[in-house]
Design a protein around this ligand. Structure first.
Ligand SMILES: C[S@@+](CC[C@H](N)C(=O)[O-])C[C@H]1O[C@@H](n2cnc3c(N)ncnc32)[C@H](O)[C@@H]1O
Length: 240
């Protein structure tokens, strides 16, 4: 089994929640939350939602009112202390996302943002399939192995991404989701903003907003096959 990835690139436990107020952070959060909202609208009733690698709940906690409850799961105890809230109102579980401590069909929606690359993708789909109810939704984000940013990184000599699913392509991921009991319903490319990822989450440059407008006007979300980051929503159609 793949070992847990302990984020050697994170300087503090709440690193991932600290960029939500930058131009880049606001841009990413808007894309990600809009995408989750699309799924919540498509669901027949407010889903019981599990967020994998939730950190302190940047993405899903603000959407809690649209759900039948949000549970966070992360290996980071400190992040989950924040996730839980002052009155422990939000359930949270310290666990490895590679071995989910829940009964079969415990949730109607599993969300996993900015973490897919840590996991062997087939095992990820199998684990998510097991804890999802029939017709439940898996909503996740991936870094695309083929994009102009990846090409630039290679050209400037950056070392390749060594995470288990760090180089997989969007098409490979969609095919694997289908093979593991899911029907892919929504796909959206994003993060075309022309900066190298991972060094620029904290960017507050006005260029981010301009690039985001250009991205929208050119409808780049449609070109997910070559998009730097990809959002995918898939519905469980059979157990595996
Ligand atoms: C890049 S952060 C993303 C946080 C959050 N999903 C977001 O989008 O803001 C990755 C998170 O994954 C968690 N993580 C890494 N490996 C994990 C594992 N094997 N099981 C559970 N959580 C893990 C880290 O502790 C961290 O909170």
């Amino acid at each position: 089994m793949t070992q847990p990835h302990h984020n050697p690139d994170a300087t503090t436990s709440l690193h991932w929640d600290q960029y939500r107020d930058t131009a880049m952070g606001r841009y990413q959060l808007r894309q990600e939350q809009d995408f989750v909202r699309t799924v919540l609208r498509a669901a027949p009733r407010p889903p019981k939602l599990l967020e994998l690698c939730s950190c302190a709940g940047r993405v899903t906690l603000p959407l809690k009112g649209l759900t039948a409850g949000v549970t966070g799961l992360d290996i980071d105890f400190e992040a989950l202390t924040v996730f839980k809230g002052p009155a422990h109102e939000n359930p949270a579980v310290v666990a490895d996302a590679q071995s989910l401590p829940f009964e079969q069909a415990s949730f109607d929606c599993v969300v996993a943002f900015q973490c897919f690359r840590y996991f062997e993708h087939r095992a990820f789909f199998t684990n998510c399939n097991r804890v999802l109810s029939n017709d439940g939704w898996l909503v996740f984000q991936m870094v695309n192995g083929v994009s102009y940013k990846r090409t630039l990184r290679r050209l400037i000599g950056s070392s390749p991404d060594e995470a288990p699913s760090g180089n997989i392509t969007a098409d490979e991921v969609l095919a694997a989701a289908n093979a593991h009991g899911f029907a892919v319903k929504f796909v959206k490319g994003y993060n075309w903003v022309p900066f190298i990822p991972d060094t620029t989450r904290f960017s507050d440059s006005p260029a981010v907003r301009i690039a985001a407008i250009a991205e929208r006007m050119l409808q780049l979300e449609r070109y997910y096959r070559v998009s730097p980051w990809v959002l995918i929503a898939a519905q469980k159609v059979r157990s595996v």
